[in-house]
Design a binder for this molecule. Structure first.
Ligand SMILES: [Mg+2]
Length: 183
């Protein structure tokens, strides 16, 4: 069994979930992690989203200019599509499938407040029916397990760069190890 801890950042408008970034660590990879940013995400909408602007955009590879858009008073920032981690969604889908299916044995997916993350992950391959064989159809929820065991989130210090998907995935793995040691 391989634990695969991941985190996604996404644009959620109440109707759709659009992947922004994904970070993955497995307990076979000795601390190495996978990180990618969706080159096709709608950066204008992300920039206009108050919470994402404050919490997520600072961690993304962006081109910054000193020109402030008078419409919303924000720096004109665009996704830096030359950054190596910024990839088309189909590339991310292939790399994530390869990581989960070829580099792990019996993958068990884990995320923190996992419901939205699972949808963002599964939609890499389109509708639910197109999920590749061998990718689990559900993600274990760390938060649910923490509640079951009475574990507070501050027992594992949050990363400084919280809402960076790879930093969050690493925190998820640290928390999972803490929980596994209890049971
Ligand atoms: Mg996150």
């Amino acid at each position: 069994m391989t634990n695969v801890c991941y985190d996604t950042e996404f644009l959620d408008d109440g109707h759709t979930i659009e992947l922004i970034s994904i970070g993955i660590v497995t307990d076979q990879a000795r601390g190495e992690g996978y990180y990618a940013v969706n080159a096709e995400c709608d950066f204008e909408r992300i920039r206009d989203h108050d919470w994402l602007w404050v919490n997520v955009v600072p961690h993304l590879p962006t081109t910054k200019t000193d020109w402030t858009d008078p419409n919303h008073g924000r720096l004109v920032t665009r996704l830096d599509r030359r950054a190596a981690c910024v990839k088309p969604k189909w590339v991310i889908a292939n790399e994530v499938r390869d990581l989960i299916l070829r580099r792990t044995v019996k993958p068990d997916l884990w995320a923190y407040f996992a419901a939205y993350d699972h949808v963002a992950l599964a939609q890499l391959w389109g509708p639910m029916s197109d999920l590749p064989d061998g990718i689990p159809m559900y993600t274990h929820d760390l938060k649910q397990e923490m509640d079951r065991l009475g574990v507070r989130s501050d027992v594992v210090p949050k990363p400084e760069n919280v809402h960076d998907a790879l930093a969050d995935a690493r925190w998820n793995m640290a928390m999972l190890r803490h929980l596994k040691a209890l049971s």
